[in-house]
Design a protein around this ligand. Structure first.
Ligand code: PRX
Length: 648
């Protein structure tokens, strides 16, 4: 049996869940025993408190995750394809890389990093498109114990500057430009712009991918292929021995306040739980081809395009392009061409493809698909049904996986074909995950606590928290532990607060309804309203702005910005100003954060203490002007009429 910890029936699920609650240490120690260690975990399995917070799993153990992702498979499965790379342009050849080749290429790149003075614990910024070298760069960092921080290729130079400053990285890895659909993003140029504001980056390793002309700064910029040439005669790079709790990577994510924060995951716990979740949620079988459509710049790509499938010795498919290029049948072409068995994607992609009708499905052979997955936002019933009927041909299980950057891997999800599925419900917690729902007074809602093995008498609703640590829980926010405590562990005593609202039905299924804080989920991208407001307010023609989300058919949520312009602007050309504001947001964050609707207003509804009443703006943005509710506490009620009249 390839995965001794794979759950095969509902009974086994309940049994595993019970064990994980009754004796979490023994439960995870057993699962950890199926991985490769430099020094195996001992009886000190878990130390924790959610007060500081401090969580340590397998504290005394030592390992290297790439030994588990690569080396461990070489003897028996060296010739197995580790990953298939499908280029943006369908007329170009796809690439297949075996575990043996992956070993060679990661080892070479790891030697390149060492040869450029990168040491264990150093931070490496990676700003690349979805090319094979991205996956190789990530694993090369992990191999030598450097902490990678991948920046999504859609972020702007300013966003890069913030991340480089926060990580204090010494080196960046980038590429000339990236293809996505019919667009070419000049990554190197954007990185150059960012590096103008930073003086401590000594090296920039540049991959030649598109061949577009770029400037190479002598002394700082070196070509990936030249650097590889230099280390070709070096012996293979052995893995660095890492302590279980050494950081593996930092990934920035948006919250309700301030700049994005660097979520830190550590080596052992992340490896064990992410692999456990992959094998169980997707019920992965060793001959299957797994296609995760997420960009590696996000946590889904980290966990389910790189680490978990490779640790499980799987074959994973990595796609450079977009679902609609050259047309909306691209995913289906890829499924057909590579005989994909498991497709893991996002509701926004499903809704977008659904909007093209069935035309692009005609004649496509999707018969290889046996399992489908959804992640990133609530999946509405229409999208679920379309996915089930048209893509799954009513034969595939669908897993609706709820999790977050901070959780590292899937937390609440059905297990494909093993535990029941229910449209729009993520359903049951994975073994090891103990969710509870909290009411507004900070009390646990009766019947919401999975670990108590009691069910609610009717469907209940509350704020989703987790009351016990799981191995891949966030350890800290980089260089600012207090922010980690405040954001996740201070709202409710001794609980991790997810920021999500949630239902639990009488059968124990959880249904996530979305964020209850000021975080938006736009096309599955997490964006803080405060970040967008800061970007808008950075324009000197803006006095103040307020940004809220509203339901959007394709994106899930759209961004609605209410903006007060400076009074000195006479006869404003609103189109030009809108354009200017959109540019501001693109420059400060990236195009993904551009507001869909902008309304210029003369004032914003405020409380007597001067706080913007977002609740009311949200209702207006949602078009629910008749449900605005109590407006008594508004300091300036006169602005409401005006705002409602000018509603977009
Ligand atoms: O609101 C939840 C939503 O996405 C948020 C986490 O975003 P991020 O850290 O970018 O990670 C996304 C990929 C794991 C959550 O707080 N979310 C994620 N998955 C689901 C979901 N909402 C409902 N159902 C899901 N399956």
């Amino acid at each position: 049996m390839p995965y001794p910890y794979q759950i095969h029936s509902l009974e086994q699920y309940h049994e595993a869940y019970r064990k994980s609650v009754e004796n979490p240490q023994a439960f995870w120690l057993d699962i950890a025993s199926h991985f490769q260690w430099k020094k195996a975990p001992d009886s000190e399995v878990l130390q924790w408190n959610f007060k500081e917070p401090k969580v340590e799993w397998f504290k005394n153990a030592q390992l290297n995750i790439t030994e588990n992702c690569i080396d461990r498979h070489l003897e028996k499965n060296g010739d197995k394809v580790a990953f298939i790379w499908e280029p943006n342009n369908p007329n170009e050849e796809s690439i297949q890389i075996t575990y043996r080749e992956l070993h060679q290429r990661v080892s070479l790149m790891a030697n390149v990093l060492k040869n450029n003075d990168v040491k264990k614990g150093d931070r490496v910024i990676i700003y690349m498109g979805m090319v094979p070298e991205l996956l190789i760069a990530v694993l090369a960092c992990a191999r030598i114990g450097a902490i990678h921080s991948v920046i999504f290729g859609g972020f702007s130079a300013k966003s890069i500057v913030d991340r480089i400053n926060d990580t204090q990285a010494s080196i960046v890895i980038t590429q000339d430009a990236a293809y996505r659909g019919n667009k070419e993003t000049p990554l190197k140029k954007i990185m150059d712009e960012a590096l103008m504001a930073i003086d401590f980056i000594k090296k920039s390793i540049v991959l030649k991918h598109t061949g577009s002309p770029i400037n190479m700064q002598i002394g700082r910029d070196v070509w990936w292929h030249d650097e590889i040439e230099k280390v070709k005669s070096f012996p293979a790079c052995e893995v660095e021995t890492m302590n279980a709790e050494d950081p593996l990577f930092i990934l920035y994510t948006s919250g309700s306040t301030g700049k994005p924060k660097g979520v830190v995951h550590t080596c052992a716990g992340y490896m064990v739980f992410s692999t456990y979740s992959f094998v169980n949620v997707f019920q992965y079988q060793p001959n299957e081809i797994f296609f995760c459509t997420a960009d590696i710049g996000w946590i889904t790509g980290h966990t389910y395009t790189i680490y978990a499938p490779l640790c499980a010795g799987a074959t994973v498919l990595m796609f450079e392009g977009t679902p609609t290029y050259p047309n909306a049948g691209r995913f289906w072409d890829i499924v057909e061409k590579h005989r994909v068995n498991i497709l893991y994607t996002a509701p926004t992609a499903i809704r977008s493809l659904m909007s093209y009708g069935d035309e692009f499905l005609k004649g496509k052979d999707l018969s290889s698909l046996t399992k489908l997955g959804s992640v990133g936002e609530p999946i509405n019933e229409d999208a679920w049904i379309w996915f089930h009927e048209k893509i799954g041909r009513k034969k595939c299980s669908i897993v609706d996986t709820w999790w977050q950057t901070e959780t590292g891997a899937c937390m609440i999800s059905n297990l494909a074909g093993v535990t029941p599925e229910k449209p729009s419900y993520a359903t049951l917690p994975l073994p090891g995950i103990q969710p509870v729902l909290m009411d507004e007074d900070g009390k646990i809602i009766e019947g919401s606590d999975a670990a108590s093995f009691t069910l609610p008498k009717e469907t209940i609703k509350g704020n989703l928290c987790i009351q016990f640590p799981w191995p891949s829980i966030i350890r800290t926010t980089y260089r600012d532990h207090e922010r980690c405590r405040l954001t996740y562990f201070s709202t409710y005593k001794d609980l991790y607060f997810t920021g999500d609202g949630c239902f639990r039905d009488t059968e124990g299924n959880y249904r996530i309804t979305g964020r209850v804080d000021d975080v938006l989920n736009v096309s599955g991208h997490r964006i803080g309203t405060a970040e967008v407001e800061n970007a808008i307010d950075s324009s000197d023609i803006v006095i103040e702005s307020a940004v809220v989300g509203y339901p959007h058919d394709i994106k899930g949520q759209g961004i609605y910005a209410f903006i007060i312009l400076a009074s000195h602007i006479q006869n404003p050309d609103l189109n030009a100003i809108e354009h200017h504001i959109l540019n501001r947001v693109t420059e400060n964050i990236g195009a993904i954060a551009k507001p869909d609707k902008i309304q210029f207003v003369s004032g914003l509804p405020k409380t007597r203490s001067g706080k913007i009443m977002r609740r009311i703006l949200r209702k207006i943005a949602e078009g629910e002007v008749h449900q605005i509710g109590d407006t008594h506490s508004i300091l300036n009620p006169e602005v409401l009429d005006e705002i409602m009249k000018g509603m977009k």
